[in-house]
Design a protein around this ligand. Structure first.
Ligand SMILES: *Cc1c(COP(=O)(O)O)cnc(C)c1O
Length: 361
């Protein structure tokens, strides 16, 4: 006999990208930053005094929140700090989705959303993207008709890297009857020349919240730190009611604060990733892959029709100590999602790719 709730018994958990212990593996499968966080973060960790762990940490992470509020030019009441962006997602479900209620998402989307919906016994309503990965023109209307309580849009989109521009996000915020979560986990890698900034919506629209993560842009996936920027009426119940007491430890609050303060360093890394992204995309296209332009730190490469399957290439790369992501689901199983690495890593990827595809050379 099982003591699990019925919906828990029937669900499966999130499937992680492989996390090998072996340092020799080139890891281009989970969209981590190829560059370490700011040297100031290392200094802050070295200088952190363990006697400060005697006390509970700042409950609301106000030191971090204030830096985030200043950076994004919003009020403190518009910011919540969370244990990774993932905790923010869980708080959204706990706070706003009753069992049986509907969450509208794009198809494909971030695979954690359906897992969190199952935990909450909420329903997922998937709305197909168009062939070029853009949102369909009637996306908001479709979500409204489905009675969505929340609508989640990943921007730039994962796994394609396609950007939804600011004016379209603004229209969604106007048109949707639901909460609009814009999941900006990869926004740091967007070309600064592109139009995407619309954080001011959190002042004018009571249904809008953005997710940010320190995992990708700031090279701190191991720290588990993220935050939400939202209308104060959405932030407030999560901050004061549904959040775990002391959800963030004192060390991570300090390291995340220092990382966010060093914008110059972070921007330098984002620039390098963008440059490598351009180079890697061109090299893959030259090899016959179809690769849409990406504004994130990964590329979604469709393998050439005439050659080896995506799964075979994935396995071949893996046997050469290079991990990329292969999704064995309909519509995705002829594609590989490849995280942009350092120039050296990308060069190793390309020569391994050549030897998989053309073993005789
Ligand atoms: C990585 C990611 C997040 C948040 O990840 P955390 O490591 O928990 O901050 C959220 N959404 C998407 C689409 C992501 O890829």
């Amino acid at each position: 006999m099982s003591f699990e709730r019925k919906n828990i018994e029937q669900m499966s958990g999130y499937s992680y990208g492989e996390q090998p212990e072996d340092e020799g593996v080139i890891k281009l499968n989970t969209n981590e930053n190829p560059y370490a966080s700011s040297p100031h973060v290392q200094d802050a960790l070295v200088n952190f005094l363990t006697k400060n762990l005697r006390r509970y940490p700042p409950a609301l992470a106000n030191g971090f929140r204030q830096v985030a509020a200043d950076l994004h030019q919003v009020d403190l009441s518009n910011i919540i700090a969370t244990r990774g962006g993932d905790e923010l997602l869980r708080l959204l479900f706990t706070t706003f989705a009753d069992s049986g209620e509907t969450i509208a998402v794009t198809d494909p989307t971030y695979s954690l959303y359906p897992v969190l919906a199952k935990i909450q016994d909420a329903k997922i309503f998937s709305i197909a993207l168009q062939a070029d990965w853009s949102l369909s023109p009637d996306f908001a209307e479709t979500a409204n008709r489905a009675g969505a309580k929340m609508t989640f849009v990943v921007n730039p989109h994962a796994p394609s890297g396609k950007l939804v521009e600011a004016d379209q996000i603004r229209r969604l915020a106007d048109q949707l009857d639901s909460i609009l979560l814009v999941d900006e986990a990869y926004v740091d890698f967007v070309d600064p020349g592109k139009s995407y900034g619309c954080l001011d919506l959190v002042n004018s629209h009571s249904n809008v919240i953005f997710l940010r993560s320190m995992s990708k842009g700031y090279g701190l996936a191991g720290l588990r730190f993220g935050y939400g920027i939202g209308h104060s009426s959405l932030i407030e119940p999560m901050l004061t009611k549904t959040r775990d007491s002391y959800n963030l430890d004192a060390i991570s609050q300090e390291l995340a604060r220092v990382a966010l303060l060093d914008q110059d360093y972070a921007k330098e890394c984002w620039g390098k990733v963008r440059e490598s992204r351009t180079n890697l995309r061109a090299s893959l296209i030259k090899r016959g892959f179809e690769v849409p332009a990406s504004e994130a730190n990964f590329l979604l490469a469709t393998v050439p029709d005439s050659g080896l399957s995506a799964e075979t290439i994935y396995e071949g790369l893996k046997s050469r100590q290079i991990l990329v992501r292969f999704f064995n689901v309909p519509g995705m199983n002829n594609k590989l999602r490849i995280t942009v690495g350092t120039e050296a890593e990308n060069t190793r990827l390309l020569s391994a790719l050549d030897s998989v595809v053309n073993p005789s050379t």
